[in-house]
Write a new protein. Structure first.
Lengths: 221, 491, 316
């Protein structure tokens, strides 16, 4: 590998780890706004990686995906979430089912699982951008974890977005993203699903006077 | 081009319905649109019958026997549901449950829902298939929460969250498949096309494909209602308007299962059928067994039907998992039978709800006297759904079981035995719960008579198919099912 | 190793660490005052304080044993030894042959151990409280520190700080490692905890309930206090030096030429100044954490360091 390749691969690795740290912030923070900011920053880092990969590989469709990702994930979706938070006037403390230290320990465990499960694949891939695949899996798992432990509806959306980011990153780092048409479809789905969920957050707040998902327990056997 | 036409029909219908304010007109537009789609699909059916596969728009679309079976179910149940909606929604409109303005969006989302499901079945690109499956969730969230009260919002929220999470996991499976395909095919644009993938699937990296199938099974399995990822299903099915519940149960679950089967075939071709087949069997059996206690103790008849859907999806998964000639043939047939019978039952439940305004089994008595036609059809449908001879579901369940017992592996035999126990228990639960509502004497304040002609028409339409397939499998369907077996086996 | 490196370098290094340490403290205090729109004390105020304290008599509690008298010397000397184990201006380390980074960690622990003992020795209520809190924090900070240091050692292939610095100087891509990035983040938190800065501890407070480090040294006076204060400011400088010379080694002289040392000294001052400035920003923008929230922060550091070492092990 040439020097330039090593440097670029390592830079992407560092951005990946920064993304992971932003996801840890999402797990750890008790403030709604901080978590939205963490999402915006992570999306920005993801866009950055995407731009770097587009630049180094010279594949045109990644540039397009980068541009859309910048517009959508860094600006539109965080903006929309802030709008929902302001509009519903919810208390911005987020309660968690389990305490901080335990959730941090569990997320540490999840990240370790991600690294170990990807170990064989990384060796197979010759350690080029070796952190990307484990980090993307870890972000996905952490997003899932956040959805389980957080009670606020908006944090569940953020967890879901984290999962999607992780997968997007996996696609980007393993195979330079999906074919453009698929990627456009995925972006469209993400946007529409966030909007629908936002509308439901608003409706739930109107009807239940709270966006704690704990209040949603009428339907059971 | 033919396939594109099939997709355009529901889109046009949906757009038209938005602009028509009066329900008295829009219901006919909706019925006409779905009828055209139904008829057109039969035409496509004969094309596939002749040429085996059909592709279109620069091989963006692809139809083979597996997809034509799914589109057939979509358009058939879609037409019946459109017919039923006309009566059901009109009745609710007259009662003032919602305003007429809202119905425009009901029909729009209804036909968009049909469109997304058709897109799932006809897209060649597995990535687009993912997008379409996610789009079915997005199109239906507002339909689940249509009445917009507390329980409906809760159901809609659970539905969108759980399903989106599941489908997001499936995306990882798609990405892994793409990754391993790119290593073999190289060319970026076509590396997710089913028609390309199936030719090179044996060269994939085995451990990537294993992981991919696991994620796909969990992900699409969530949408298909396989236990233990089924938790959204009873809530969504019971809170949605009845025609939508029918579409959910009969069609949507099949569409998601269709996605799993596609990957099952790929995985089988790469590493042999044992791995994915066994996984399908395990999840299928869990689904059947999980639904048993809930059916036995159920108090809400729509939830009961929802759990029954979990059971039948489990049986279809088991059939594909066993993987023999009878298993696959039976599973395909079962998908069709279940779609028809379950939709019919949801229509019956909708009529019950319109009449009695409750979903509690306890509060309903004497349906045979108040709504005799519905009650008679329900009795047939209940016997059919529980797998009683001579009805169609008995045939397909029997085929699946026969394959399980005759395959020779201990696991299949054990699973088949458990399946028999499950089916018997579910039969008891069904008969016990449902017949309480049909017989007995109704409380006096319930007026006699059916609510709407449209609902009866829709039910008779479906009943026709139930009875036909009970007597014999039509040659077209037979040919399609044989082709499906060829597709699965050739992997 | 020539004569110069054996004699000149140790002396130079001691002068820099011992001499500059109070200045760093003064610098932080001054900028912090500016941030709060005060004029603040002179940047040389810590020196005046030390001179004042050295001139004064020490008052020692009647119940105190020899441990109390020995503690300031132990604390000061252990820090002095560390000062010779750390690469400051060049990647050569005077006491290279005696010990490595593990020794440094334990020398820090030794000083802290004696301070905690002496805080109990006088039987003052605040001393015991401060001592127990300090030990609690360090018991949580130490594993994180160990793991992140080991990560660095694994990446560089040596536990010797001098060798680590020169390894990173030699290969420009070695430092571009995400695992080191995680280790760096963990080490930053640990250093804040070890030196008792906000948000872990407030070095300016003498409010009973919030004191941690200050509570521990409350009983000391006169020259004893001077030694302890001096040692703690040296500790801050040494930890910053380790951070700077491990993660940003550019400019550190590899040989011992005069011009090389001058350039290296200038860069060193700039880098230390930069980190001191970061500390100021941190202290001005955060409030001190409540005591029972501290484990959260240190837990984060621990997890970052675990991730650092695991990811290094898995990915390399």
């Amino acid at each position: 590998m040439t020097e330039q390749v090593i440097v670029s691969s390592r830079t992407i690795d560092i951005l990946a780890v920064l993304m992971l740290m932003m996801t840890i912030v999402l797990v750890g923070t008790s403030r709604l706004r901080t978590s939205i900011w963490a999402y915006a920053i992570r999306s920005f880092l993801l866009t950055w990686v995407s731009g770097l990969i587009a630049y180094f590989s010279g594949i045109h469709h990644i540039f397009i995906a980068t541009g859309i990702s910048l517009a959508l994930k860094v600006i539109v979706i965080p903006g929309f979430l802030f709008y929902i938070v302001n509009k519903t006037k919810v208390k911005t403390e987020v309660e968690s089912v389990i305490n901080y230290t335990l959730s941090l320990l569990i997320s540490c465990g999840l990240i370790l699982i991600a690294y170990y499960s990807m170990q064989s694949i990384i060796k197979f891939e010759n350690a080029f951008m070796g952190h990307c695949l484990p980090v993307s899996l870890a972000i996905t798992l952490l997003g899932f974890f956040v959805m389980i432990i957080r009670k606020k509806a908006i944090t569940q959306i953020l967890g879901l977005l984290a999962m999607e980011d992780g997968l997007f990153f996996a696609a980007l780092s393993t195979s330079y993203g999906m074919p453009l048409i698929v990627e456009l479809g995925v972006f469209f789905d993400i946007l529409v699903s966030v909007i629908i969920m936002g509308i439901y957050v608003y409706r739930i707040k109107e009807t239940f006077d709270s966006i704690d998902t704990d209040s949603l327990r009428e339907l059971k056997e | 081009m033919e396939i594109l036409t099939l997709l355009i029909i529901p889109v046009i219908t949906a757009t038209a319905c938005v602009f028509i304010k009066k329900h008295s007109i829009s219901k006919y537009v909706s019925i006409a649109g779905s009828f055209i789609a139904f008829v057109y699909n039969i035409f496509l059916n004969y094309n596939v019958y002749t040429y085996h596969t059909l592709s279109g728009l620069n091989s963006f679309f692809y139809l083979d026997a597996l997809s034509i079976l799914s589109t057939q179910i979509v358009t058939l149940v879609g037409f019946a549901a459109a017919l039923y909606s006309a009566g059901y929604m009109e009745a609710e409109l007259h009662e003032g449950v919602f305003r007429e303005k809202k119905l425009r969006w009901y029909y729009f989302l209804f036909h968009m829902f049909i469109f997304t499901m058709l897109l799932v079945c006809v897209s060649n690109n597995l990535g687009i298939m993912w997008v379409a499956i996610e789009a079915t969730t997005l199109a239906t969230t507002f339909l689940v929460g249509f009445y917009n009260k507390k329980p409906h919002q809760e159901a809609a929220w659970k539905y969108i969250i759980i399903c989106t999470v599941g489908i997001t996991l499936a995306l990882f499976g798609v990405i892994l498949t793409y990754h391993s395909a790119k290593g073999v095919i190289g060319e970026i644009g076509y590396a997710l096309n089913w028609s390309e993938l199936i030719t090179v699937a044996d060269k994939f990296e085995p451990h990537l494909i294993r992981l991919a199938f696991l994620f796909i099974l969990i992900g699409y399995g969530t949408k298909a209602g396989l236990a233990p990822m089924h938790t959204w299903l009873p809530d969504a099915h019971s809170q949605a308007p009845s025609p939508i519940s029918a579409l959910f149960s009969g069609v949507l679950l099949n569409c998601s299962l269709y996605g799993i089967i596609r990957f099952h075939i790929l995985t089988s071709k790469c590493i042999g059928p044992d791995y994915s087949g066994t996984l399908l069997m395990i999840f299928g059996l869990i689904s059947v067994l999980v639904s048993v206690p809930f059916i036995l103790i159920q108090k809400d008849y729509k939830r009961l039907l929802a759990f029954s859907s979990i059971e039948h999806i489990g049986i279809i998964a088991l059939g594909f998992g066993f993987g023999g000639m009878y298993g696959v043939y039976g599973a395909g047939l079962h998908a069709f039978n279940h779609a028809v019978v379950k939709s019919l039952l949801f229509f019956c439940s909708g009529n019950l709800f319109l009449k009695y305004k409750t979903r509690e089994i306890e509060n309903i008595k004497g349906a045979i006297k108040t709504i005799p036609i519905t009650a008679v059809i329900s009795i047939i449908a209940i016997f059919a759904i529980t797998g009683t001879p001579p009805f169609n579901i008995f045939v397909s369940e029997f085929m699946v079981l026969a394959d399980g017992f005759s395959s020779g592996s201990v696991l299949s035999i054990v699973f088949s035995s458990l399946l028999v126990i499950g089916i018997v228990l579910i039969f008891i639960g069904f008969i016990n719960n449902m017949f309480k509502m049909i017989f007995g004497s109704p409380t006096t304040d319930i007026p006699r008579g059916e609510v709407s002609k449209f609902t009866i028409a829709a039910m008779l339409f479906l009943l026709f198919f139930v009875l036909v397939v009970s007597i014999y499998v039509p040659p077209v369907l037979n040919e399609i099912l044989h082709n499906i077996y060829d597709i699965v086996r050739n992997a | 190793m020539s004569l110069t490196s054996n004699i000149v370098l140790p002396i130079l290094q001691l002068i820099v660490i011992v001499g500059l340490a109070p200045l760093v403290k003064g610098f932080i205090n001054k900028i912090e005052a500016r941030f709060q729109c005060r004029r603040g004390p002179s940047i040389f105020q810590p020196y005046y304080n030390l001179i004042k304290l050295l001139r004064k008599d020490a008052v020692v509690s009647e119940t105190a044993s020899w441990i109390f008298r020995a503690t300031p010397y132990v604390a000061f000397v252990s820090i002095l030894i560390i000062a010779l184990l750390v690469p400051v201006l060049s990647s050569c380390v005077p006491l290279n042959f005696t010990g490595d980074v593990i020794l440094i960690i334990y020398l820090f622990a030794l000083g802290r151990f004696f301070l905690a003992l002496s805080s109990l020795d006088t039987a003052s209520a605040f001393g015991g409280m401060g001592g127990s809190r300090e030990m609690m924090i360090s018991s949580m900070a130490e594993p994180a520190m160990m793991l992140s240091v080991f990560t660095v050692s694994l990446a560089a292939g040596s536990t010797n700080l001098g060798n680590i610095t020169s390894a990173f100087l030699d290969s420009s891509t070695l430092l571009l490692n995400p695992s080191l990035f995680l280790a760096f983040a963990a080490l930053c938190i640990v250093i804040i905890a070890e030196t008792g800065r906000i948000p872990i501890d407030n070095p300016h407070t003498h409010l009973e309930l919030t004191m941690i480090h200050e509570g521990m040294v409350l009983e000391f006076s006169g020259r004893y206090l001077a030694l302890i204060e001096w040692a703690s400011s040296m500790k801050l400088l040494i930890l910053l030096t380790i951070l700077v010379n491990t993660f940003l080694p550019w400019g550190a002289a590899s040989g011992l030429t005069f011009s090389g040392l001058i350039i290296s000294f200038a860069l060193y001052v700039v880098k230390i100044g930069f980190f001191a400035f970061l500390i100021v920003i941190l202290e001005s923008s955060f409030a001190k954490l409540r005591l029972f929230r501290i484990p959260n922060l240190l837990g984060t550091a621990f997890i970052l360091s675990v991730l650092a070492i695991i990811s290094l092990y898995v990915v390399g």
